[in-house]
Write a protein that binds this ligand. Structure first.
Ligand code: TPP
Ligand code: MG
Length: 578
């Protein structure tokens, strides 16, 4: 079939089910832009900044399970796209990243022409594969292969770098050569399953952990079947948040450390951990001494699609390279007639600790204001908003303290109801992620709960939402600070937040929103929130609610200084005396 290389790329994307394409106009990729924008099978959007395009593609994949594409122009566009790609890389989100380049005869070696940057050198460490396309013959096959690589194993972004002369050149393209095979789903062996069943049946204090891999392999239902079969303690990572129903009798909190004290306790006491599709990241208070130590003899069974995830953050006693759903289906079958030795009293104790923790966070919200002020605390605001959200809501979370409180009170019904980037924690992802999710789910309500600092990082995308008529609702927790860093600023390192730089200006985000073609309102009391929520839902335009809040200490804050900053010699005064 006669096509140019760019047309072959668009056809290959389509054949692989890619339906969403986000980017900032890139003249050197004109053919790709034309192909994707004129084909009604694609949702094609241009953003105000390339970073946002990456986060939008991320959100599409997280909420639908189908990868999306993003692009930025040669040089500056490719560099602006980096944060969106890095965030996807850190969370194993599949993504097709496209950059054009100067003429092939000018880039290898570079002649230092306008906008010359070694794109592949930049993208290689943050993608599964970064490929310079340098001839028309191999291009179609590489396109096909790259998309397969993104989707297979632990997924992730792949990058194609397409010089403009190659993109515009004719190539021999055979659509029937595009691979039709689905991503492989390796199954555990019978002997591996036998060992797992034996260990699980004998464990006194087992805990089940769902990571993002459970969601990505479509195994949430199978994981819940395992919960019903065993009744034992269960939790999730942040990417798996939503896999354990809130009302499950053995639920000890979800989202790693953000699940609260009982998650720390369960890992500190369990004799067996069954972690599925979970790399045991920084957020998991498991085997992170000195703050989160493990008891002697604790065993880990790790099930993951990637050998490289095995034993990375904790020695695995059994490491099984398998797809989560294949594994869980077999495990449920094998456990049907097996009695477990699990100590139900211990599980009840941990669940009671979780209930007590919920009492603590509710207590903070009940106080409504921060001590000695009449400014709303972030817990009260997060709880009020979460209580209003419908069951089918998708929520993008961003910010520092805001992020902690939002995760504390918003409980996703399944992992696909939440978009966050725990791997990178990249401020600014929230707004574009909400826009990306809304593109993929136009009929569902989509919200963004964000700090004011984070919102400012990508606020220009309000115009993108307005331009495409995407009715998202944003709640900005506005404390006029890089709030999470206040203890640092006002604690040991400095006593002047303005000099240290954690104090931000008082921005009226409702007015900013109106400037970008959205609606905006400001609120300062809890009582106003339900009514403004109703107006936001009824609005024909994207809507921003600027809520005045005050920095609110969170019970898990010790995690940052005690674990993330361990060794940095930074101790806030509240901990200095301990
Ligand atoms: C892109 C980026 N820059 C810096 C940080 C470090 N950081 C983490 S939380 C935080 C403060 C966030 O402030 P805001 O979004 O207003 O939320 P708040 O803590 O005030 O609720 C900063 C600067 C980061 N995670 N990402
Ligand atoms: Mg803030």
């Amino acid at each position: 079939m006669s096509k140019n290389v760019s047309e072959a790329l668009v056809a290959t994307m389509k054949a692989h089910g890619i339906r969403h394409v986000f980017g900032v106009p890139a003249a050197q990729m004109g053919h790709v832009m034309k192909g994707a924008s004129q084909d009604p099978d694609f949702v094609y959007m241009t953003t105000r900044h390339e970073e946002a395009a990456g986060h939008m593609a991320h959100a599409v994949a997280k909420t639908t399970g189908v990868m999306a594409a993003c692009f930025g122009t040669v040089g500056p566009g490719a560099m602006n796209l980096v944060p969106g790609v890095a965030a996807a890389w850190a969370d194993n989100v599949p993504m097709l990243v496209l950059t054009p380049n100067n003429q092939s005869y000018n880039v290898d070696p570079s002649k230092g022409l306008l906008q010359s940057v070694d794109h592949c050198g930049v993208y290689a460490p943050i993608t599964k594969w970064s490929v310079p396309i340098r001839d028309t013959v191999s291009a179609p096959e590489i396109f096909d292969q790259a998309i397969r690589v993104a989707k297979s194993g632990r997924p992730g972004p792949v990058h194609l770098d397409l010089p403009c002369d190659i993109g515009g050149a004719a190539c021999a393209f055979d659509p029937s050569a595009i691979s039709q095979t689905a991503a492989p789903r390796p199954a555990p062996s019978p002997s591996e399953m036998a060992r797992v069943v034996e260990m699980l049946a004998a464990a006194k204090r087992p805990v089940l952990v769902a990571g993002g891999g459970v969601a990505r392999s479509g195994a949430t239902t199978a994981f819940r079947r395992l919960l019903d079969l065993t009744g034992v303690a269960a939790t999730t990572s942040l990417n798996g948040s939503g896999a354990v129903p809130m009302d499950y009798a053995g639920h000890v909190g979800s989202g790693g450390i953000l699940g609260g004290d009982a998650v720390v306790k369960v890992f500190a006491e369990a004799d067996l951990i069954l972690a599925i599709g979970c790399k045991i990241s920084s957020w998991m208070p498991l085997n992170k001494p000195p703050l989160y130590g493990s008891p002697k003899g604790q065993k880990l069974i790790q099930v993951d699609l990637s050998e490289r995830a095995m034993g990375r953050n904790m020695k695995a006693d059994i490491a099984i390279v398998a797809d989560a759903r294949e594994f869980l289906d077999r495990l449920c079958e094998a456990l049907a007639d097996i009695a477990l030795a699990a100590d139900a009293e211990w599980t009840r104790e941990i669940v009671a600790a979780h209930t007590a923790y919920r009492g603590v966070v509710d207590g903070v919200a009940d106080a409504v204001f921060t001590d000695g002020t009449e400014t709303l605390n972030e817990a009260a605001v997060a709880r009020s908003i979460a209580a209003l959200l419908p069951d089918d809501a998708i929520v993008a979370v961003d910010g520092g303290q805001t992020m902690e409180w939002a995760h504390t009170f918003f409980h996703p019904k399944t992992p696909e109801h939440l978009v966050f980037n725990p791997g990178m924690g990249h401020l600014g992802m929230g707004l574009p992620a909400a826009i990306g999710a809304k593109c993929a789910h136009p009929d569902r309500p989509v919200f963004c709960l964000t700090g004011d600092g984070a919102f400012g990082c990508t606020v220009q995308e309000l115009e993108t939402a307005a331009r495409y008529g995407l009715k998202i609702i944003v709640f900005v927790f506005n404390d006029s600070h890089w709030g999470m860093y206040r203890p640092l600023a006002e604690g040991v390192l400095s006593n002047n937040p303005s000099v240290f730089g954690t104090k931000l200006g008082d921005v009226d985000f409702a007015m900013v929103a109106r400037g970008f073609g959205c609606e905006g309102e400001s609120v300062t009391t809890l009582e106003e929130i339900p009514a403004v929520y109703e107006r936001a839902c009824a609005s024909e335009r994207p809507f921003v609610v600027d809520v005045r809040v005050d920095f609110t200490v969170h019970p898990i804050d010790e995690f940052w200084v005690g674990h993330v900053l361990e060794g940095a010699n930074i101790v806030p005064p509240s901990m200095a005396s301990q």
